[in-house]
Design a protein around this ligand. Structure first.
Ligand SMILES: *Cc1c(COP(=O)(O)O)cnc(C)c1O
Length: 373
């Protein structure tokens, strides 16, 4: 009975070890540490994989969001609408771009942004809506776009968790702009921080590249005040090797999710819901442990899983409006009932391409025992 980790980055590395080693040697021989041919090749390959014409590699996913937001004109005096139940980076990126964070609630079953609430929050100051493709499935971006009608509001998709996912056959950013993260634990993970912006718009791609390259496209051309956010050659080696396997890895994640659906069918947990039209890539398999409105029961189950060697976790324990960082927004408890109802119940189970049926059975068994205590 070995432990079952939340993610197994060593197992992923084992599949690409040879390519990474030769690639690292090549980068060191060429001293192509930032940018260069390897990065350009990855950008092309990731754009093709995503079905989006342009890709700009950057330093991390939070920067990717900030750069995409700035590219569409987010800055002082503008507002950006995003869901309350996201990783803090979505809100941080808005604040760093100089915009005002406007939060809305989520759907209680999919945990994705509540489209009606997002549209109702639009004001003359709204510059963008930032749907988050939480856990690996796409939010209903087409409905946000339809609801906006002709209004001049951009859609900046937080695609950090959904590399390879599609909705009605199209990926994040295919009709606009999306930011993604290659944090090591993501479906496509680097060996350090990395990220990218993908977009259908050549002008936006150029703006992102300019802003991320110290405000210019050429060395010592500084046309605007930018920042330093670029992709490293060594990371591009890892990302290219893993990208070649990502479709297969996502398929294995889907098989693992289907297996969990069966294994957990008789347990008193709420299993994840996939929206019709979505091809899910299962960055996270999140269940809910029904409780009394406090996290007490969920936390007890989590502690029992950890004691049994199962690496479960919570994504995310505190909604944005209840963090210290964004308390100043003034929302307070009760502002977003769905996000606040699900947060004390959510629990992420181990999932990764290399997880075995035997490991999943152990997770299900440990969860069953933890629920009974
Ligand atoms: C990981 C993540 C980010 C930030 O990415 P970093 O590369 O860690 O900066 C943003 N949004 C969501 C939803 C994420 O999961």
């Amino acid at each position: 009975m070995g432990n079952v980790p939340l993610v197994d980055l060593a197992a992923a590395h084992a599949e690409v070890a040879q390519e990474v080693e030769t690639g690292f040697k090549r980068i060191i021989a060429d001293t192509a540490f930032i940018g260069g041919a390897e990065v350009a090749a990855f950008e092309q390959e990731y754009a093709a994989f995503s079905g989006v014409p342009h890709c700009v590699g950057v330093a991390n996913g939070t920067d990717a969001l900030e750069l995409a937001l700035r590219a569409v004109g987010v800055g002082p005096g503008t507002e950006v609408i995003l869901p309350a139940n996201t990783f803090i980076a979505t809100a941080e990126a808005v604040a760093r771009a100089g915009g005002r964070v406007v939060l809305v609630d989520c759907d209680p079953q999919t945990y994705l942004i509540d489209v009606e609430a997002a549209l109702a929050a639009v004001t003359p100051a709204t510059r963008a809506i930032a749907p988050v493709h939480l856990y690996g499935q796409l939010a209903e971006v087409e409905q946000v776009r339809a609801g906006l009608g002709g209004r001049d509001v951009a859609i900046v998709e937080d695609a950090a968790q959904c590399q390879g996912a599609t909705r009605h056959g199209r990926g994040a950013g295919a009709d606009g702009i999306a930011a993604t993260s290659f944090y090591p634990g993501k479906n496509l993970g680097a060996y350090g921080d990395a990220g990218a912006v993908v977009t259908a718009d050549a002008g936006l791609a150029t703006t992102v590249r300019t802003l991320g390259g110290h405000g210019g496209l050429k060395k010592y051309a500084h046309d605007v005040v930018g920042m330093n956010s670029r992709l490293d050659g060594l990371q591009a080696v890892v990302l290219r090797a893993k990208l070649a396997r990502l479709a297969d890895w996502n398929a294995r994640r889907r098989a693992a999710a289907a297996r969990y659906d069966e294994l957990l069918a008789d347990l008193d947990v709420v299993r994840p819901v996939t929206l019709p039209g979505n091809e899910h890539v299962w960055h996270i398999y999140c269940v809910r442990i029904p409780g009394d409105g406090t996290p007490a029961r969920r936390d007890a189950v989590l502690a029992r899983l950890h004691a049994a060697g199962v690496g479960a976790a919570i994504h995310y324990p505190v909604p944005v409006h209840l963090t210290g960082a964004f308390a100043e927004l003034g929302y307070g408890r009760g502002s977003f009932p769905n996000a606040e109802r699900v947060t004390p119940e959510i629990l992420s189970l181990p999932i990764y391409p290399q997880i075995t049926p035997d490991q999943q059975a152990r997770v299900a068994e440990a969860l069953g025992s933890a629920l009974e205590e």
